[in-house]
Write a protein of this length. Structure first.
Length: 392
């Protein structure tokens, strides 16, 4: 395995991350996140929606470049990678994933060995850099930050089992590179050490020489950008565009496509939230508002970007709480009610400190039971829209 290399690079200053002037710990609750992921079909449906864009991709040499703006546990990314292999089995892939959570990076790495086995011409880059930095794999304001630390990992062997054994040994790399601290200004997690982890098969290193990003370099542009729930729902459209969507759109290659996915709140999940907090509605920037803000911010400097809000039948899709058919009846088990409550509060991004009194009185379980009975289950609605870059 290659030794870690340090580098210092420069780029125009950008805001570091979407946030507000108070701590927001919702994304840090691992139990809430993992319970949501395992009890709902959201990851499956998001990957399915992203997959509808794959036939429109027109990659150019040396590789198809993919950027995932918030990898999470890697379920969406690896499902999309399987679909990409089906469509482009002989084309090299360079997959860049932004994720600040060490635990999520670990969960993602666990899913990669079979991807390297099925698609040998693959480079995967994981980074904890901010949204305005990660597409270019270099930091803003480098004079104020530690030098980027980079690990190049050339995986030996040719089987998923061999790759898995080596990936499992990357714990010390993650422990060193993915430490976080809390921003005093926003409460968001910030990296302690800006880090880049590059993985590829050693037996394909020669063929991938032009695909592996060099120190200080990155893919020239991305053919596909996935931006699924990459920001706090309550933020203004202007902040979402300035700190997240704008930088991602600028990173598109000619012909590239960015799909943005976010919750609408027009679903039984929000009914459950409103049964407890009557006036609550966190989803303040419908897709057309975001598109208007993107045009305002980017039209002068990037007039080759195109925006498509899509018709509702193209944009909207649902995902559900997993439940057996006989679980939603006269007597709904406590575990199902708890899973429904967790999913609803996770999607609505309710901070833990707001739930203390609610959890104490137990009325939330009755509210969950009522919503599940009324709808025969629990489902949520997401919307999507596209940003594409024209060919020169």
């Amino acid at each position: 395995m290659a030794q870690a290399a340090k580098m210092a690079v420069t780029v125009d200053p950008e805001p570091e991350r979407a946030g507000e002037k108070h701590a927001f710990r919702f994304f840090d609750n691992r139990e809430k996140y993992l319970m949501f992921v395992t009890t709902c079909s959201e990851k499956w449906e998001v990957a399915q929606r992203v997959g509808r864009e794959i036939p429109f991709l027109k990659p150019t040499p040396p590789a198809l470049n993919l950027f995932d703006a918030g990898v999470g546990d890697g379920t969406v990314l690896t499902r999309v990678m399987r679909n990409l292999h089906r469509q482009f089995p002989a084309i090299p892939f360079c997959v860049v994933g932004k994720e600040i959570s060490m635990e999520d990076v670990r969960l993602t790495l666990e899913k990669l060995p079979d991807r390297f086995q099925e698609h040998p011409q693959l480079v995967v880059v994981m980074t904890n850099l901010y949204y305005a930095e990660s597409p270019w794999l270099r930091v803003n304001r480098p004079e104020t930050k530690p030098a980027v630390k980079r690990w190049n990992i050339a995986l030996e062997g040719s089987t998923a089992h061999e790759f898995d054994e080596q990936v499992r040994n990357l714990g010390p790399v993650l422990a060193e590179g993915w430490q976080t601290k809390t921003s005093e200004k926003t409460g968001n997690p910030l990296y302690v050490q800006p880090s880049i982890l590059v993985l590829y098969r050693k037996d394909r290193a020669f063929a991938l020489d032009g695909v592996i990003p060099p120190p200080g370099g990155a893919p020239a542009g991305y053919d596909l950008v996935i931006a699924s729930q990459p920001y706090r729902a309550r933020l203004s459209a202007e902040i979402k565009v300035r700190n997240v969507l704008g930088p991602l759109a600028r990173a598109l290659s000619p012909g590239g496509r960015m799909i943005v996915i976010q919750s609408t709140g027009k679903d039984p999940g929000m009914e459950l939230i409103n049964a407890v907090w009557e006036e609550e509605f966190p989803f303040v920037t419908p897709r057309r508002d975001l598109i208007a803000a993107m045009k305002e911010a980017l039209d002068r400097s990037h007039n080759d970007l195109n925006y498509d809000a899509l018709r509702d039948d193209e944009s909207l899709f649902r995902y559900e709480l997993h439940a057996l058919p006989d679980e939603i009846g006269e007597s709904i088990g406590t575990s199902t009610l708890l899973a429904a409550w967790n999913a609803a509060t996770y999607v609505a991004q309710i901070e833990d400190d707001r739930m203390v009194d609610v959890l104490r009185d137990g009325d939330y379980l009755e509210a969950a039971r009522d919503v599940l009975k009324r709808h025969g289950g629990l489902w949520f609605e997401d919307e999507s829209f596209l940003v594409t870059r024209g060919f020169a």
